[in-house]
Structure formats: structure tokens, C-alpha cells
Design a protein. Structure first.
Length: 134
């Protein structure tokens, strides 16, 4: 499914705009819609502004995307609730899957070395083919 997101142009020039929407700021290719003044809403998809939209359509699209997200998260067994502005980010998954927990649990490079891994030793014991056969 392809989903465009509403973004508000913050600045624009030379076929590119900086726009913000749904908690993100990104550079958009504006060649399909032309130069637009700051404050203009566009429907963006994969780094390009597809068309200009009204503030009302932007709000309706944001509400529809929020409802879709709630529906999908509920289907996965989560109980989504509105985020309080400025509150810390709460991950949906188990904390053990967080990148900092993952990195903290990694062995050191010395501990991770598998010089005597039987899979590697078995491969190194195989006769090598002449260069012509490769």
C-alpha cells in the first residue's frame, strides 16, 4: 500500500523544499508541483511533493492515518493511547529488543572471535578448485 503524508512547506527554492509533517522534517523534490511559498500544504510520497492540498485535507489525512495506525496496533495486541507532547518516547516492543539493550549485551570483539568454529574448519579442510573452474 502506498501512503502519502501531508507536509507543510517551511522553505523552498531551486526545485527542493524543506517540509514538516507527522513529526518529521525532510527535503522534498518539488518538480511535480513547482515552487510553493512557506505554509503551503503538500501531499508527499517517497521524498517528492505529489500535489498541493488544503489545510483541511491535511488535517483529514492526518486523522485517517492516525486511525489506521490505531487499528493496526490494536490488531497486533497493543493498546495505543495518545502521546502527551514533550513526554519521553515509549517503545511498543519489549525493552530487551531496544538497540541500547542489544548493544550492551553484545560480546566484546575478542569474545566473539570464532577461530575454532567447526563450520569454518570444515570449509578450510575442503580441497580448493583450480582458478579456471571458479
Amino acid at each position: 500500500m502506498c501512503i502519502g503524508t501531508p507536509m507543510k512547506v517551511l522553505s523552498s527554492g531551486h526545485g527542493v523544499a524543506v517540509a514538516a509533517g507527522r513529526g518529521q522534517t525532510e527535503r522534498l523534490n518539488m518538480l511535480m508541483v513547482g515552487e510553493l511559498p512557506p505554509g503551503t500544504w503538500v501531499l508527499a510520497f517517497q521524498g517528492s511533493a505529489l500535489r498541493m492540498i488544503s489545510a483541511e485535507e491535511a488535517a483529514q489525512t492526518d486523522a485517517a492515518l492516525d486511525a489506521l495506525a490505531v487499528q493496526e496496533l490494536t490488531a497486533w495486541g497493543f493498546a495505543p493511547r495518545p502521546r502527551v507532547p514533550g513526554a519521553p518516547f515509549e517503545p511498543l516492543n519489549d525493552r530487551s529488543l531496544a538497540i541500547d539493550a542489544y548493544e550492551a549485551g553484545r560480546p566484546s570483539p575478542d569474545q566473539a572471535c570464532r577461530v575454532a568454529d567447526p563450520r569454518v574448519l570444515a570449509l578450510s579442510a575442503m580441497p580448493s578448485r583450480p582458478a579456471k573452474e571458479r
